[in-house]
Design a protein around this ligand. Structure first.
Ligand code: T4K
Length: 375
């Protein structure tokens, strides 16, 4: 490809959605007036209420980031022992389990949905299993009914890593209304951001007090502590960004949808190319656009060739998620117990294409053209 055909400036896998500058300044002005920066301020409280509405959730607790929210959920639910999860995810999911003193037990994924393969969960349950921690990866909804049945049968808790599933609904209900608890990430790279940030949506309202204490050093009042705690509070600047971005979220999702449709229409009929499933009963958020380039299934080119060709054109797609977390050296002990060949296979073939609200449709079309020239 000639240099002069490069897209300029570079296109990255994502770019945070931001409100108009003046809107954010207006929102944070009250922080100067009040001199209240963190520790459950008024913008934090407002953001929490607005999120409850938008996410169609009964209970919400805000955190400084998604990772600390997940870690806090595992500790606050009193989980000890083995947690069945998938390694086809960002490092955070496995790290949170280990950080909370539990043992990750890796279950393989379904090759069509990339989420936990529910046929393989029961074989991994032992008398030490305390929970299932599935990931709604890319915003694809896990097999919720089957996971519920297994959890009920063996009396296990369910915590969903819903980092990618902001605003997703299943059967008309907010995705955070399923399981005991769900974690959302509001990191800059996500479909919705509060700079950094995260939230737990949870079923049992009594957990709200536990989460609040845990993320504030375990303090039950100004001085007293009964239980171990950490610091994982969301500050007022984060909450202000969340409040502003929430005003524009429907528009952002509509733009992401348009771009996803450009990609899907251009790439759907290429042999050996697999795209995200379109799920019944799911209102998605178009969080990511992963593409599986499967040479074994007839794709004329492999993932890394596509990635390199895009890079020659100043386009930086990412291998979300490669490697699988089970293949990180720090987790080899856990991998030894049982392998996850489907997850590893998908991970070696996946490339997430640039997707964000400000991406020009011409750039998405150009990306498709480069890929089609290769295949
Ligand atoms: N569970 C799952 C399944 C997750 O995917 C994540 C996070 C978590 C849990 C934990 O949630 P948080 O604690 O993060 O709330 C990124 C994000 O840091 C991470 O939040 C995300 N998943 C993961 C999938 O992606 P990197 O290392 O790929 O990010 P980075 O810095 O390379 O950024 C990617 C691209 O985005 C850059 O090439 C340019 C663009 N970018 C990035 C930032 C930070 C911008 O344009 N502006 C920015 O401010 O991890």
């Amino acid at each position: 490809m000639e240099n002069n055909s490069k897209i300029t400036p570079p296109v990255f896998v994502t770019r945070p959605s931001m409100p108009p500058y003046e809107e954010y300044i207006e929102e944070i002005k009250q922080i100067w007036d009040a001199h209240w920066l963190t520790n459950f301020g008024s913008i934090h409280n407002k953001f929490k209420e607005q999120l409850k509405d938008f996410l169609k959730a009964d209970n919400i607790s805000l955190f400084t980031n998604g990772h600390m929210a997940l870690y806090s959920a595992i500790v606050s639910l009193g989980l000890k022992g083995e947690i069945i999860t998938t390694p086809y995810t960002f490092a955070s999911t496995t790290h949170a389990i280990v950080q909370a003193g539990c043992t990750p037990v890796f279950c393989d994924i379904n090759p069509d949905t990339f989420t936990i393969d529910t046929e393989k969960i029961e074989a991994l349950i032992t008398n030490k299993t305390c929970a299932i921690l599935p990931v709604h990866v890319y915003g694809v909804v896990c097999d919720i009914e089957k996971i519920n049945r297994i959890a009920n049968k063996y009396n296990l808790k369910i915590i969903y890593d819903a980092a990618h599933a902001f605003g997703v609904t299943y059967k008309g209900k907010g995705i955070g209304m399923y399981g005991d608890c769900s974690m959302f990430s509001f990191h800059a790279t996500k479909a919705f951001n509060s700079i950094e940030g995260g939230a737990l949506s949870f079923a049992d309202s009594r957990l709200g007090k536990k989460f609040k204490e845990f993320k504030n050093f375990g303090l039950i009042d100004g001085e007293n502590i009964n239980e171990f705690g950490t610091n994982a509070k969301m500050n007022e600047f984060q909450a202000a960004m969340g409040v502003c971005n929430l005003r524009h979220i429907n528009e952002v999702i509509a733009k992401r949808r348009l771009l996803s449709e450009i990609y899907r229409n251009a790439l759907k009929d290429i042999p050996g190319v697999k795209l995200l499933p379109i799920q019944e009963n799911v209102q998605t958020n178009y969080a990511y656009f992963p593409v599986i380039f499967d040479t074994a299934a007839g794709c004329p080119t492999d993932r890394d060739t596509v990635k390199a060709e895009l890079e020659k054109n100043n386009i930086f797609a990412r291998r979300y998620f490669y490697p699988i977390t089970a293949d990180f050296p720090c987790y080899k002990e856990y991998r030894k117990r049982n392998d996850t060949p489907v997850a590893r296979d998908i991970s070696s073939k996946v490339l997430s294409l640039p997707l964000y609200a400000d991406l020009a449709t011409e750039d998405a079309e150009r990306i498709c053209e480069i890929i089609k020239n290769l295949v």
